[in-house]
Ligand binder design. Structure first.
Ligand SMILES: O=C(O)c1ccccc1N[C@@H]1O[C@H](COP(=O)(O)O)[C@@H](O)[C@H]1O
Length: 191
């Protein structure tokens, strides 16, 4: 459904405390069902290297998304393209955090809530998205079909990511909301 709706990427959550967590067998069957040009993203939160490697051995992930406190050396050991999530705590120096991950293909900027690594459904001040970082930026956090166009016009990210904003209940994607979200994002982003 997500592919048919026109998404560029599909995220698979390998974080056991998430209502969206998938097992490796579930991920394998999802991977087998998606078209070849959809980027399959694996999301991990402070997972052990063994856990990531076990998933990589089974699931054909194109991109890794590290959503915890993983340092660059950890992220780079898997020899896969990765993006690093940065939680936008008020005192976070975004450019310095980016500089700490010179091997990252891009950065996902998400809302900060103490003790919760992501998927909060909360947004942050989009004016804090740097416009001159030279990095690929994915905007996330509390995006919905209703606010994604305004977010894109204000923050000018290279991509947007959504989780709870297109669900009917935690972990259950709603096709109407997915289609509406992608249409609104594409229109705001110029296609
Ligand atoms: O989706 C999750 O359950 C999740 C769990 C732990 C870390 C990150 C998670 N999701 C990521 O969080 C952002 C924001 O989510 P939301 O749109 O505010 O619900 C989402 O883009 C995922 O990349």
């Amino acid at each position: 459904m997500v592919a048919e709706a026109g998404a560029d990427a599909l995220g698979l959550v390998f974080y056991e405390h998430s209502p969206r967590c998938v097992t490796a067998p579930e991920a394998v069957s999802i991977a087998a069902a998606v078209p070849p040009f959809l980027t399959l993203v694996g999301l991990f939160v402070n997972a052990s290297a063994d856990t990531v490697n076990e998933v990589l051995a089974k699931v054909p992930l194109n991109l890794l998304q590290f959503h915890g406190d993983e340092p660059a050396e950890y992220c780079e050991q898997f020899q896969r393209p990765y993006i690093k999530a940065l939680r936008m705590k008020e005192d976070l120096d975004v450019l310095a955090a980016m500089a700490g991950h010179p091997g990252a293909r891009g950065f996902l900027l998400d809302a900060y809530r103490p003790g919760v690594p992501g998927g909060t459904g909360e947004s942050f001040d989009w004016q804090r998205v740097p416009q001159d970082s030279g990095q690929q930026i994915v905007l996330a956090g509390g995006l919905t079909p209703d606010n994604v166009a305004a977010a894109i016009r204000q923050a000018h990210p290279q991509g947007v990511d959504v989780s709870g904003g297109v669900e009917s209940s935690p972990g259950r994607k709603d096709a109407d909301r997915v289609y509406t979200f992608i249409a609104a994002a594409r229109q705001a982003g110029g296609g």
